[in-house]
Design a protein around this ligand. Structure first.
Ligand SMILES: NC(=O)c1ccc[n+]([C@@H]2O[C@H](COP(=O)([O-])OP(=O)(O)OC[C@H]3O[C@@H](n4cnc5c(N)ncnc54)[C@H](O)[C@@H]3O)[C@@H](O)[C@H]2O)c1
Length: 392
């Protein structure tokens, strides 16, 4: 049995996503499961080096996550350029989960060093920049990818299964409700729970740039290409407290309302808000209504109601509602084990890099998400429908 080592420079790994989803639940989990078993003869084994600005934070992460996986702390350094120059060993992949506005300079450093590139979304806050970056990487002939994790959520996978089974018949509409209450930090004993840059447009924050990237690849891949968008955003809460407890002006949209028209005329409508309290099945629910049946997907679970089980309500506000509408739905069983979505995408990317397996989640695909966000912002500012042109 051959074990092929794949060196990965993990940059910006001290952040929320870098630590939790990428280091702990993806790369460390893959190492702990014994690598990716490709065949009886070959295992791919990731070998990370952690990079970032703060040596103490890197050391703490290396010492926490290294020993359970490799029996010693992970390698780490604040010298990103040195890691790219093979000063600390050979690493063939550069991964970036730093802040959105830091992405391009890091990716360009990695391109110059000839690394395969994988990074968080969004790749930029403007389409022009996202496309430029994708082209720089393509021109250098480097393998590349962007995180599109939601595609591997059990909820969306089950929706895809239902579609392939023909459960819906003709799909009539898609409706997404996303969000929860993100505390502003202004109230006594109610600290803020997300990084403050998310609420400052000047630092790359904003609901549309954050979430429309996700809605783009979910819609494109599960329901059909997005062709038009109309959107409205708002800054519902304009003052929040940052990580140091200091008040700051929240300048970014923290709620966004959009209608997307997909190829063939299917309508998808998404409400996204950091200022809403949850009374639904999950933090994201997507309802798909079809002629023959409907489904409501949460992150993991999906509930279905077929045409034959659809109740016939009567509008009468003068009496108690006689139907419990939740009763007429069935939960789709978990017939397979669903792994962490980020980890699955990481495994596909590692196989793409090591074995040349097909891969479609490139930086150019990621740029489409930035494009939808930018067109959403433009639609909001100009109060009009926007066409979504092909990127070139
Ligand atoms: N796929 C998803 O579902 C998802 C979810 C949340 C965030 N994200 C994306 O992941 C990225 C990180 O978000 P986060 O929530 O982890 O933010 P975060 O603020 O927790 O982490 C940002 C990281 O970047 C580092 N950083 C900031 N400025 C830097 C600089 N100048 N040089 C080097 N490093 C720098 C920080 O130290 C930190 O490690 C963002 O682009 C965000 O859009 C993706």
């Amino acid at each position: 049995m051959e074990t092929r080592r794949i060196g990965i420079i993990m940059n910006g790994v001290t952040g929320r996503m870098g630590t939790n989803q990428h280091l702990e639940r993806s790369i460390s989990a893959i190492i702990q499961q014994g690598g990716i078993k490709v065949s009886n003869d070959l295992v791919l084994m990731p070998d990370p080096i952690l990079t970032g600005r703060n040596e103490n934070k890197l050391k703490a992460l290396a010492e926490k996550y290294g020993p359970p996986a490799i029996g010693k702390p992970y390698a780490y350094t604040t010298d990103v350029q040195g890691a790219l120059d093979s000063k600390y060993g050979d690493y063939e992949i550069f991964f970036d989960a730093s802040g959105t506005l830091q992405r391009a300079p890091f990716v360009e450093m990695a391109v110059a060093a000839g690394k395969a590139i994988y990074c968080e979304k969004p790749t930029a806050v403007e389409t022009k920049e996202a496309v430029r970056l994708a082209k720089v990487v393509e021109k250098a002939g480097l393998k590349n990818g962007v995180v599109q994790d939601k595609l591997w959520l059990p909820g969306f996978r089950k929706l895809k299964m239902l579609q392939e089974l023909g459960f819906f018949g003709k799909i009539l509409s898609v409706r997404g409700e996303f969000g929860y209450w993100v505390f502003s930090g202004m109230d006594y004993d109610q600290p803020a729970q997300r990084p403050s840059w998310n609420y400052r447009a000047e630092d790359g924050g904003g609901m549309m740039i954050d979430m429309f990237c996700h809605w783009r690849y979910v819609l494109d891949n599960v329901f059909g290409p997005v062709e038009r968008v109309v959107a409205y955003g708002n800054t519902d809460i304009d003052e929040r407290r940052d990580e140091d407890g200091k008040p700051y002006a929240a300048t970014a949209d923290d709620s966004a309302y959009a209608i997307f028209l997909l190829q063939g005329g299917l309508v998808a409508q998404f409400n996204s808000s950091w200022c809403t309290r949850v009374r639904r099945d999950d933090l994201l629910t997507v309802q798909v209504d079809g002629e023959k049946g409907s489904a409501v997907a949460g992150l993991r679970e999906v509930w279905v109601q077929g045409a034959a089980e659809t109740p016939k309500p009567v509008w009468n506000p003068d009496i108690e509602q006689p139907i419990n509408f939740y009763d007429g739905w069935q939960k789709v069983p978990n017939n397979i084990a669903y792994e962490n979505a980020f980890k699955i995408q990481w495994e596909e990317f590692l196989r793409h890099v090591a074995l040349d397996e097909p891969w479609r989640y490139s930086l150019m695909e990621g740029a489409k998400g930035v494009q939808l966000a930018e067109l959403g912002m433009q639609s909001w500012k100009e109060s009009k429908w926007m066409d979504v042109p092909e990127l070139s």
